[in-house]
Design a binder for this molecule. Sequence first.
Ligand code: XCC
Ligand code: SF4
Length: 629
Amino acid sequence: MDKPIRSANEAAEQIVRWSDEQNISICFDKAGKMKSCPIGSSGACCSNCHVGPCRLIGSNAEEEATGVCGASLPSIVARNFLRKVVSGTAAHSDHARDMAFTLLAVATGEAKDFRIADEHKLFKMADILEINHQGRDVMEVAKDVATTLIDDFGRQRGEINYLKRAPQKTQERWKKWGVIPRGVDREVCEGMHRTHMGVDHDPDNLLLNAVKVALADGWAGSMISTDISDVLFGTPHPMRGKAGFGMFKDDEVNIVVHGHEPTLAEMIVLMADDPEMQEYARSKGAAGINLGGMCCTANEILMRHGIPTAGGFTNQELAILTGKVDAMTVDVQCIMPALVKLSERFHTKVVTTSDKAKFTGATHVGYEEHRAAEIAKEIIKLAVDNFPNRKKNGYTATDQQDLVAGFSQEYIEYMQGGRMRASFRPLNDAIQVGRIRGVVGLAGCDNPRVPAQGLHRYLAKEFIKSDVLVVSTGCGSHACQAAGYMTPEMALEHAGPGLKEVCEAIGIPPILPLGSCVDNSRILTILTAMAAEGGLSEEIGGMPGVGIAPEWMSEKALAIGTYFAASGVPVIFGGESPVGASNEVTRIMSETWYERFKGAFHFEPDPEKIFDMALKYIDAARDALKLKK
Ligand code: XCC
Ligand code: SF4
């Protein structure tokens, strides 16, 4: 029997089919063989103590089933959810902590290979943090900004700094419901404590804690990562790029940088152009050094340097199957451990670079920020040395799509009014008069359990057809980029008449990639700026906007969904619901959160229903704001 389509990305699907022929097992056929555990996936299994694991099933489970300790189904479901949000927040925030310490090391001269690329943004951050920068040395300001933000992690009492960036009304809601996070680490620690055996058992209380932890992710961890990356490496502005496996070259050393933290990746980008490295590549018979990105690191270096992207989560093994990757460097998050074994069939060297993330069998080159350039060179040399070992036993892919990437809040404001009167007026106006019906954030992972990237493609196209502007992040961007959707021409061909007019007038594509997953924080600040501009809602809640992660898989995605919901954005995630076992938990996250925060968190596997639900939210918000239809 013919196998079903496993990736909606045609080029990826061809490689998947080739892997079948070669009898190489990758995530797609593993997902086919291993069905997800129905008890665990609906949240009804507790393994928080060794009396269990307890599984709560049966037709009256909601009311009657309990674990051995007496924990009810709703409390177990809520507890499991909170733990996932804690993990996701920890991941983004640990990344942010590294960024803050890098900024500090740059300011004190310990990380000599980096510089401040965007002083203007640094001063903007200083203003928000109430740090004087007038007439001061830039490095002194950077030091104060870094130490102030580092406080956000370890603070025991008080409030996270950036919360005050949110609209007043949004902040009031957080105060009212007691969800103002103090410090990232304190909230992560408390969340772990509360979910320990025998602590918090009230589902609403547990879920409010999830909100609190997640707000520490969105308004500290993720936002700090974004801001500092812009300061150190430059605030993105649009540039042309390419997506696809066709980026790998026969005659050049191909290096893929995969993972999340942009610091080492930036240095590899810089050092790849170094004459010494170029000469070294030639000495081994290569014509040059060719870089490509994967997952969120790809977004970071694509939007700042135009480095091509090889794709998102489900594409990582496929890159190795081309047999052309001489080295794949990885740091943290979303890296499949399967890469190491897979790479042994080819010649690819998988290079781990974070001491937090080692993979048995991989080559480890530990990254240190005070030797960044040296380490980047070491990695490039390792790839160059591996170039002559290519076996030519991979699949030759040729796909390449054009794209425009690199939209930031700063650039979107600029393009709407120029440097002197940068604003959100034109966008707000377009929404008010209905040329743009609303905005959808299409985010999150791609997933081998559905035709990978297919739900992103479907939704992106349907929304723009309905005059909904799409902003994308993370692997959602990769999905649209590989589909060739991220071009201005896309607006002409597929956007509805209103959106098309706006895109033509401002000169933007109808789908705007905003960066990596921590850059979802850009959506928070954009919504805040739109609220401040006037004419729409005065808080984030009530805007005609929806957040969607149709193929999510990571715990980080749940943290993101929760902070969006808590900030006032209705959120719809695809796939089976991880809280589906409990009606009460489902109701709290969809209804109670909506009453309290004007945001909600839904899970809906059917993409057509996701689309309808999103439009309903958008139209309801338009009605409430009395906007033109
Ligand atoms: Fe990971 Fe960030 Fe998901 Fe992609 S979208 S699979 S989390 S790389 Ni963030
Ligand atoms: Fe079972 Fe309670 Fe232990 Fe969970 S905490 S495993 S429900 S006994």
